[in-house]
Design a protein around this ligand. Structure first.
Ligand code: ASP
Ligand code: MG
Length: 427
């Protein structure tokens, strides 16, 4: 593999690399042996390695299901005790696979490392990492294997970091150890212009900026847990996403510098998600305090609001629409009907949970006008009605009817020149 900063000329300089392997990469003993093989290869090049693993794919789901058979709403502390075990199995297995190859290795759970978190069970945040034990092992020539997704509180209670949290463990360890690179090995070989299952012409990006990656992750592109991307941004961790099944390319590097050359495409990727629902309050009296009167109770009900639109008032009344996560749809609809409508004096409540959000993302937008109009033209040519629009410096999102999602993504991918000349062979 030639992508190392560490490879200067012919001389290989030792680098400290954190590698993280997801659930499909450690799904069975054979795959775990494959991981050990790759780790061995890097080690043979003289690099030091810390390897973070997820639970075998499906294991965390299985454990959550088991918990729910006991308690419909599992006690969060006890749930963490249970669901952190998946990773304890895979660290032991990987360490054994390495030892079996003659490579000194040692596994650690999150609390053994001392990954200190807050007390927010099932979605804890990392506060501090003690790198001393890992450092000592690395200096002694050992490969350090760490359980992803978990840590422990000041009191020693086991916590987990939220689904997909092993990515965050990987990045956090890389930050704490000041690693040269954090490599996230997964079942795709990088970050794509859009989901190749929807657009076969989607292309792998050689690089993507940190800002774009953050947008892509938050907009529903599930390659990396969003918290891990935030972490990487904060601590300037060099992050790379690659395939654990084929070594044919260098994946996607998440960069901090923007590519300033003229070749920089305007749009880097298209994200979409079906997780939202739209709610509207029609005929609301147009007066100060209305937006607050609507959104404060929604916030108090613990519902996060994404897009918000308010019309210009005519005849003293206005229409107010917003989107929420689809899981919160019914709850919010009830709240609007039973409380907010009578309190604000609105005429009517409407809801639609068959919508989706499609977004163009690209730092190139900053220096190019006309992206929005091209997007709207493309959608109108397909006869797709836009229900809501929101923009930021590097993103334009529209809400459309869910049934047009794939059509919209395909048309936009083509219109913005993202299609590859030849579709990649299906693997
Ligand atoms: N095993 C955990 C999950 O499935 C953490 C991870 O895989 O990143 O969410
Ligand atoms: Mg994952």
């Amino acid at each position: 593999m030639g992508f190392f900063p560490a490879q200067i000329g012919l001389q290989t300089v030792m680098a400290l690399i954190v590698q993280k392997y997801g659930g499909t990469s450690v799904a069975n003993p054979e795959r775990i042996k494959k991981v050990a093989e790759r780790v061995a290869r890097f080690r043979a090049q003289g690099h030091q390695l810390v390897v973070v693993v997820s639970a075998m794919s499906g294991e965390t789901d299985r454990l959550i299901k088991l918990a729910k058979e006991i308690q419909a709403q599992p006690d969060p502390r006890e749930l963490d005790v249970m669901i952190s075990t998946g990773e304890q199995v895979t660290i032991g297995m990987l360490a054994m696979a390495l030892i079996e190859r003659g490579i000194p290795a040692k596994s650690y759970t999150g609390s053994q490392v001392r990954i200190l978190t807050d007390e927010a069970h099932t979605k804890a945040r990392i506060l501090e990492i003690d790198e001393q034990r890992m450092r000592a092992d690395l200096d002694a020539g050992k490969v350090v294997v760490v359980a992803g997704f978990q840590g422990s509180t000041e009191e020693g209670d086991i916590t987990t970091l939220g689904r997909g949290g092993s990515d965050t463990t990987g990045v956090a360890l890389a930050a704490a150890l000041k690693a040269d690179e954090c490599q996230i090995y997964t079942d795709v070989d990088g970050v794509y212009t859009t989901d190749p299952r929807i657009v076969p012409e989607a292309r792998r990006l050689e690089t993507i900026t940190f800002e774009e990656m953050l947008e892509m992750a938050s907009l529903g592109s599930k390659v990396l847990q969003i918290r891990s991307v935030e972490f990487a941004g904060k601590y300037k961790v060099k992050l790379r996403v690659l395939s654990s099944f084929e070594d044919k390319n260098d994946g996607t590097l998440i960069t901090f510098e923007e590519n300033t050359n003229m070749e920089q495409p305007i749009i880097s990727g298209i994200a979409f998600n079906r997780d939202e629902a739209k709610l509207s309050l029609l005929g609301v009296p147009d007066r100060p305090g209305i937006a607050y009167g609507i959104l404060a109770p929604v916030g108090q009900a613990n519902v996060d609001v994404d897009m918000i639109i308010q019309n210009i008032g005519v005849d003293g009344s206005t229409d107010f629409s917003f989107t929420v996560h689809r899981n919160d749809y019914q709850k919010t609809l009830d709240l609007l009907n039973n409380t907010i409508k009578p309190e604000t004096g609105a005429r009517e409540v409407r809801g639609d949970n068959k919508i989706c959000k499609v977004s163009l993302v690209g730092v190139g937008m900053r220096s190019h006008a006309g992206v929005a109009s091209k997007m709207f033209k493309t959608l109108s040519e397909e006869g797709i009605n836009i229900q809501m629009i929101s923009t930021s410096e590097i993103k334009i999102s529209v809400v459309i009817d869910e049934k047009y999602m794939e059509l919209a993504v395909r048309a936009l991918h083509k219109a913005f020149g993202l299609d590859s000349a030849t579709p990649p062979a299906k693997g």
